[in-house]
Design a protein around this ligand. Structure first.
Ligand code: SF4
Length: 552
């Protein structure tokens, strides 16, 4: 049985006679520019042109449809030209906004990295990316300043150690999130890693699923330590009273504009069947997903119109050819799990979760990390969807030395509440869609609040986003900040933020998470943001006795 939904949903619109561009209903024309680009040539084919033409002839030789469209399927975006303010983001032509360098996203499914992989990324960053390396909130690492001439060599090095950039961006299945403690957690009943590996092997880079209406985000894990309700499809661990451990299926989550949390289909999926069920869900998205209007092309809009009962029925009848087993709700944690600090593994060793500041790292730091990890007898690192990292397999007598070693390279295993809870998206430094700066602001915010509110002892999340796209999940933070231009006290238009308060994917058992309240009219300039957050926190502490469970 599919449960009823209590969450806010995008308003379902009456179906228009011309359709929404759904292939399964024969609505293949007219095509918007994005659909045209995909139809003209499968984006996966662009790799051949990069290796054999563009890398030799240089940036100026690149076909615009490849440059701003198909390159994404191989993890490449042109980066924003330095010095262009956010007020011009919406008015400039793409070629005026971009420079001749690329962001390259390395997908790290499940967040799992060996030391050889870590060192390879570090070397590439230092040799080709001006030492840039950001840990994203989807367990990826993003490099900047990449030249087209260097891309084939970068791929060669990445692929030699089992890494890839295939479908790291674009209208296709993106990196698969997984529990950063899969296979080692004392709380885990079933390790979902084999399902992630199987999906990678079968479907990533598969032309059958490389032309979806828009991006498709997945998370698979026993523990609820990824933002499962913000993904197109999620599998969360649950024990069925009759069949035992398996996974609960959620579909249709996505933030950005018109945010919507994923909903349960009420099914129990055994581990071995996850790849087939995943393929069914992505097949529905490919065939029935809306393609006519780009801003309505995520799976969440189809789910809003269909509802969970119809979605499940189509999945079972048209894609799987069998009924799924009804299943119970999983236990949901009361707040997101970020794994920071020192924790026991089930084999008696320890894992240590540490954080940079707002996900900013560097090739130098990643190389230092590999050395520190190796010196302490470990060979495994995991990234988290909260811009953090874990070191696995640490013996008891190595823990304190490791914590000190990490601190020595700028990674803190015992961070302040501010450093722990603050995330920032890429922002205006590199992102062509950005309106405001984010990373440096986040670093400054953390530094100031650590000095001025050093005894703040409440778990808090502050998510800083450079535009409404919400890559750093504006709506689900205690303090969510959506970048936009605002008026300062002198009536000048300056960088600032719309404030959302009291979101959070933390939830009481069995309840559906909610979005932060967008406070009508509450905006702050970027300059005033640190003072604003400080006042908010100070008032919260003063009023703690009357505060409810969540911040704000
Ligand atoms: Fe760019 Fe906006 Fe996403 Fe930030 S939220 S990375 S500015 S698109």
């Amino acid at each position: 049985m599919a449960p009823s939904s209590t969450q806010p949903t995008p308003t379902a619109r009456p179906r228009k006679a011309r359709g929404e561009g759904q292939w399964a209903l024969g609505h293949r024309e007219p095509l918007n520019p994005n659909e045209r680009t995909k139809k003209d040539d499968n984006p996966l084919h662009v790799r051949d042109r990069i290796e054999n033409i563009y890398a030799h002839r240089g940036f100026a030789s690149i076909d615009p449809a490849d440059l701003r469209g198909r390159f994404r399927w191989w993890g490449l975006y042109t980066q924003r030209k330095a010095g262009i303010d956010g007020g011009r983001t919406a008015v400039l032509e793409p070629e005026e906004l971009e420079d001749e360098y690329f962001m390259l996203r390395v997908r790290i499914d499940g967040g799992a990295l060996s030391l050889a992989q870590l060192r390879t990324i570090a070397d590439i960053s230092r040799e080709f990316g001006r030492d840039s390396a950001d840990i994203t909130d989807r367990q990826n690492i993003q490099l900047h300043w990449i030249r087209i001439e260097d891309v084939p060599e970068i791929w060669r090095r990445l692929e030699a150690v089992g890494l890839q950039t295939t479908e790291a961006c674009g209208d296709c299945p993106r990196v698969v999130l997984g529990s950063p403690v899969a296979g080692i957690s004392t709380d885990e009943v079933l390790d979902a890693t084999p399902a992630i590996d199987e999906i990678l092997k079968r479907y990533i880079g598969d032309p059958r699923y490389s032309n979806l209406p828009r991006k498709f985000k997945t998370t698979i894990g026993w523990l609820v330590d990824t933002p499962y309700q913000a993904n197109d499809v999620s599998f969360v661990g649950v024990v069925h009273p009759e069949y035992g451990p398996g996974f609960d299926l959620w579909v249709g989550g996505g933030l950005s504009t018109n945010p919507r949390l994923a909903e349960r289909l009420g099914t129990w999926v055994p581990l071995a069947e996850i790849p087939d069920v995943w393929e069914g869900v992505v097949g529905i998205f490919r065939d029935y997903g809306y393609r006519r209007l780009r801003h309505r092309a995520r799976l969440k809009f189809l789910l809003a119109d269909w509802g969970t009962a119809k979605f499940r029925e189509v999945l079972e009848k048209e894609y799987l050819g069998r009924a799924l087993i009804d299943g119970p709700s999983p236990d949901l944690p009361e707040k997101p799990i970020d794994h920071i600090g020192v924790h026991k593994q089930r084999d008696g060793l320890n894992y240590v979760g540490a954080t940079p500041v707002v996900g900013r790292s560097s090739g130098t730091q990643l190389a230092q990390l590999a050395d520190v990890v190796e010196r302490h007898g470990s060979e495994r690192v995991r990234l988290t969807p909260y811009q953090k990292l874990l070191v696995l397999d640490v013996a008891d007598d190595q823990v304190e030395s490791l914590v000190a070693g990490l601190r020595g390279i700028g990674l803190e295993a015992r961070p302040s509440a501010w450093r722990r809870g603050t995330m920032a998206c890429t922002g205006i430094e590199y992102c062509k869609l950005a309106i405001v700066e984010t990373k440096a602001l986040g670093e400054g915010l953390v530094s100031r609040l650590e000095q001025r509110l050093s005894d703040f002892d409440v778990d808090i999340s502050v998510h800083i986003n450079g535009c409404p796209n919400a890559c750093a999940r504006t709506q689900v933070a205690d303090i969510g900040l959506k970048g936009q231009l605002v008026m300062d006290a002198n009536g000048r238009q300056v960088e600032g933020f719309q404030v959302h308060l009291g979101g959070g994917l933390g939830m009481a058992k069995g309840e559906t998470a909610g979005f932060g309240r967008k406070l009508r009219g509450l905006k702050t300039t970027a300059d005033e943001l640190p003072g604003y957050v400080e006042r908010l926190a100070t008032n919260y502490l003063a009023d703690r006795s009357s505060a409810e469970e969540s911040f704000a």
